[in-house]
Structure formats: structure tokens, C-alpha cells
Design a protein. Sequence first.
Length: 86
Amino acid sequence: MKSKFFKFGLPVGVFMMAIGLAFASESKASEKEAFVTGYIFQAGQCRPAPKDCNNISATPCTYLGNQVWSVNNGTSCAAMLFHNGL
């Protein structure tokens, strides 16, 4: 009986534990490094800028000399975006 458990049950248990630990140890760094679509303020409106910033560094993200912002609320660009020298 013990022999059957160690031959079959132990490998299955170790495999299940490995799967569980793989999901438990997943890094959340990828969420911080995700690119954010930026907007620039032109002619009284927030317009999409073809530049993605990732908010990792303290270097301001700019496009054609304009500061790139996040959150497009129609006529309001809410928060400055930054990048790490892309």
C-alpha cells in the first residue's frame, strides 16, 4: 500500500504543488511596466499621441515638445506620464 502511494500519489502531489506555487509566485512587475496610451493637449482638447509611456522613471514623456498626459476626459488631460528613455 505504501509502495503504491509513493509510486503514484507522491509524483502527482508534487506536480500539483508545483503548479500551485507557479501561480502563487507570479510577478506583478509586468503591470507596472505596461505601456499607457498618451494624450497631448492641443487646441483646447486632449488628442491621442502616437507615443506610449510606461511611468517607470521620473523623465517626463513628451511628443513633439508637448507633455504627454494620461486619462482622456474630453477636454481634460489629467496626469503627467513618464518614461524610462524609450
